[in-house]
Design a protein around this ligand. Structure first.
Ligand SMILES: NC(=O)NCCC[C@H](N)C(=O)O
Length: 310
């Protein structure tokens, strides 16, 4: 029996636990406050039915020039799973589903919060089924659902928790629409969070392509493509910035996972970032992601943290 089957939540599974006026109680056993707290449980999607599709400028370019070798991509994903296991992170899975070619990107169909998971509203028809699959996953895990996005499209890569109670919401229009972004913004403002919407060009797909937290008050940012106002906002909160070169960023080099306690899983392509982190004393597990990332996403897109140590 895997651990999650015996795991008790402080509340049973339900489809909507959000309090409309705010003040939703936090869950005792699931969720997290900071994206940089030590990671205990992660939700992944299997690449068993992965297909390389023209889903963004990034994936379209590779599809034209050198399509993804799916077997190599699957082997790279195995290495990613091994890295989580190496660090003692418990891995949970969405049920692999043949109709869902992008299920490996578990960041997008739902978002874990201190109040339970919220179900997003995927923009592309070939990913919409992932939202339904995510509801089943949370039911299986016994994790209550906070709410579901209904006002417009919203994808999880656009919910970027900068620090406790502060969220940067990406809005590129093609994936996350302003209507969806405003609905999520309203929920979290009612919970007392500081929110900021980052309007990005749809070319970049999600905000987690260019801004990802590393450790408390330390954030990776691609300065070449991130709006200066956002960089100033981060600096105003006392964040130090590690600049990830544009070329690396477009190869998903700024899209890594913080495991907390100065440990990071990053793609080998991101040599500048890896060098800077190691110089600062971080333990970095470098994983080759070059093939799987041709399908349009990186390590951060392929993970949904379910629980981090406070
Ligand atoms: N959070 C992310 O940036 N997710 C990447 C999603 C990649 C997938 N090929 C897509 O375009 O939907």
């Amino acid at each position: 029996m895997t651990r999650h089957e015996t795991f008790e939540t402080d509340e049973p599974f339900s489809l909507q636990r959000r309090r409309p006026e705010g003040g939703t109680p936090v869950l005792a056993q699931w969720g997290f406050r900071n994206e940089t707290d030590p990671l205990i449980d992660v939700l992944l999607g299997s690449p068993a039915f992965l297909r390389h599709m023209a889903t963004s400028s990034l994936s379209r370019k590779h599809l034209r020039e050198a399509p993804c070798n799916i077997q190599v991509a699957q082997a790279q994903h195995k290495e990613l799973v091994a890295a989580y296991e190496h660090f003692g992170v418990r891995v949970h899975w969405h049920e692999p589903t043949p109709e869902l070619p992008m299920q490996v990107y578990s960041r997008d169909s739902s978002v874990m919060t201190p109040y339970g998971a919220f179900i997003t509203a995927m923009a592309n028809w070939w990913r919409r089924g992932e939202n339904y699959a995510a509801i089943r996953t949370y039911e299986k895990l016994g994790i209550p659902i906070y709410d579901m996005v209904t006002a417009g499209t919203f994808e999880g890569g656009d919910f970027n928790v900068i620090e406790d109670g502060v969220v940067l919401i990406g809005c590129g229009g093609a994936r996350t629409q302003e209507e969806g972004a405003r609905q999520v913004q309203d929920w979290f403002e009612k919970e007392g969070w500081e929110t900021r919407i980052a309007f990005i060009d749809e070319y970049y797909v999600h905000i987690d392509l260019m801004v990802v937290p590393i450790a408390p008050k330390l954030t990776a940012v691609c300065l070449d493509c991130t709006e200066p106002g956002i960089v100033d906002w981060l600096k105003g909160k006392g964040h130090e910035i590690i600049d990830v070169p544009f070329r690396d960023t477009m190869a998903l080099g700024c899209n890594f996972m913080s495991l907390g306690r100065d440990r990071v899983i990053a793609p080998t392509i991101s040599q500048t970032l890896i060098g800077k982190l190691r110089a600062l004393g971080f333990e970095v597990a470098a994983v080759e992601m070059s093939e799987i990332s041709k399908t349009g996403g990186g390590i951060h897109c392929m993970a949904q943290a379910l629980r981090r140590e406070a």
